[in-house]
Design a protein around this ligand. Structure first.
Ligand code: UFG
Length: 330
């Protein structure tokens, strides 16, 4: 039987497919290639180009393949865009998931692991954040992800579907082989933006605010390597396949780094001075987001291997310097 990875041509999806194939699993990937790349799909995965809102295409896939579980990454994920175009997020993330669940229920596929986010918490009550803490998203992206969690829960009650929601903190880094990595257009994430400076694509990095209530005044985030995230998806799926109950897990390293600290580590890793310019705050940024991932460690047996920011940034740098234009030809 095969695992279906929806959005398997995207950043976290493609890394999860690599880990699944390395573990000897049979993998089917579906992606509409709107933000993903065909070249990011592992050559040993069977690929379907489809949009999850196209129920006919999904039905055909479920008829053709013997799917034991679904890992669902197929969603829009830009916080800023979700505020200027919220309906795109309701359509792709919520309507897309609704169509998917309908097709899964009809075809008797009843296990799903899917991407949720730290953005479901909004401004945290405290750090480290526990899964039971208040969820009050401050952006439409986080709102649609929280609604996806709720949708799963109701469908579970009605149809017996089992799900795991994985709330990622700041995904970063690249596959240690250098074969795949992060490629967003436009790029908004801190680490790839910083690395554009030593790559000769940007003069300086902007630091969005240095007047936050943190030690150096810049925002603190919990950076987690994409391969560690990928491993958590496999553990979560195996947990469901062994009869595990519906669950929600945070995924982070449990350690926070400020924007200034991340830039310092990138200077060390690249040997480049990387000029930084203090700029105004970016709307909607919480001062600190740090995960407690104790539950994933205890229940899933997850053990993040990349808990050192130097190594994380070194994997990202190896990817970006060898692929300055991502998956596109230079
Ligand atoms: N930052 C800068 N300069 C930049 C880019 C980012 O200073 O050029 C700062 C941001 O203000 C923030 C930190 O670097 O303080 C990290 O920003 P990212 O955009 O890399 O990541 P976010 O923490 O904003 O977003 C991440 C995920 C989202 C998720 C969110 C949860 O990428 O998908 O965490 O709040 F929704």
């Amino acid at each position: 039987m095969a695992i279906l990875v929806l959005g398997g041509a995207g950043y976290i999806g493609s890394h999860t497919v690599y880990e699944l194939i390395d573990a000897g699993r049979d993998v089917v990937v579906a992606d509409n290639l709107q933000t993903g790349f065909r070249a990011a799909v592992h050559p040993k995965a069977r690929f379907y180009q489809l949009d999850i809102r196209d129920k006919g295409a999904l039905d055909t896939l479920f008829q053709a393949e013997d799917i034991e579980g679904v890992i669902h990454f197929a969603a829009s994920s830009q916080v800023g865009e979700s505020m200027s175009d919220p309906l795109k997020y309701y359509d792709n993330n919520l309507h897309g998931t609704m169509v998917l669940l309908k097709s899964m229920v009809e075809h008797g596929v009843d296990k799903i692991v899917f991407s949720s986010t730290a953005a479901t918490y909004g401004e945290p009550e405290r750090v480290p954040i526990l899964e039971t803490d208040r969820t009050q998203p401050t952006n439409c992206y986080g709102e649609t992800k929280l609604s996806m969690e709720h949708m799963m829960s109701w469908v579970s009650r009605a149809h017996g579907l089992k799900y795991v929601a994985l709330r990622y903190f700041n995904a970063c880094g690249a596959h240690p082989s250098g074969a795949i990595g992060e490629a967003h257009d436009p790029e908004t994430h801190l680490i790839p933006i910083i690395l554009q400076v030593p790559n000769g694509q940007r003069e300086a990095v902007s630091v969005f605010g240095d007047d936050y209530p943190t030690a150096d005044g810049t925002c603190i985030r919990d950076y987690i390597h994409v391969t560690d995230l990928a491993q958590a998806h496999i553990l979560a799926l195996d947990y469901l396949l062994k009869g595990g109950e519906n669950n929600v897990f945070n995924l982070g390293n449990g350690v926070g780094f400020s924007v200034k600290e991340v830039i310092d580590v990138a200077r060390e890793v690249t040997g480049h001075p990387i000029p930084a310019v203090i700029s105004p705050r970016r709307a909607g940024d919480p001062a600190q987001l740090i995960a407690s991932s104790q539950k994933a460690i205890d229940v899933l047996g997850w053990q993040p291997r990349y808990n050192d920011l130097n190594t994380i940034i070194a994997t990202a740098w190896a990817w970006h310097r060898s692929h300055p234009h991502g998956f596109e030809e230079g």
